[in-house]
Design a protein. Sequence first.
Length: 182
Amino acid sequence: MNNNKINKPDHDSSPETEQKLFRGGTQVGRTQLKQEKTEEQNMEEIKQILLEFSREVKEMRNDINQNNKEMKSPREDVKTMQVNWAKEKLDLEEKITKTEEKIEKLEKDKIRNNLIVTGMRMETEDEELLRNTMEKMINKELSLNVKVKKVYKIGPDSKFIHSMPFKFMFMLFNQHQEFSQF
């Protein structure tokens, strides 16, 4: 053998050998037809999958649209309630403000007609007697014609205090004006 040559198998170029080789080639041709059919089938399957996917997307969109329509009414109801609550809140705040103003006015009126008298010694707890005594004292000392509505002692009774202060509410009236509120 020659060292420069690579050992190659000898080819048999006989017609029988060539026919065997070509016969295998025809089998490849048939497989290509099957492959073409399977590619067409695959394409059809892909088309079917895409169509199904498209239908599902349309159904989902329809469901979403339906849900949006169903949610629209409750959203509007909530907005309406919020507007109503805001109006009601403003109304209540206004009523509270007016009520506070009325209470403040009543407290001022109540305080305006109050007097505290000190230096008088009274042994009785009888409100009627206290009322008459105060009316006479104001009429005599201040020359005012008043009607005392309420009289009470301020503070606790004590042996060390010689006279207790008295707080009373009164109404002034003219000699021509009748006193009608008690």
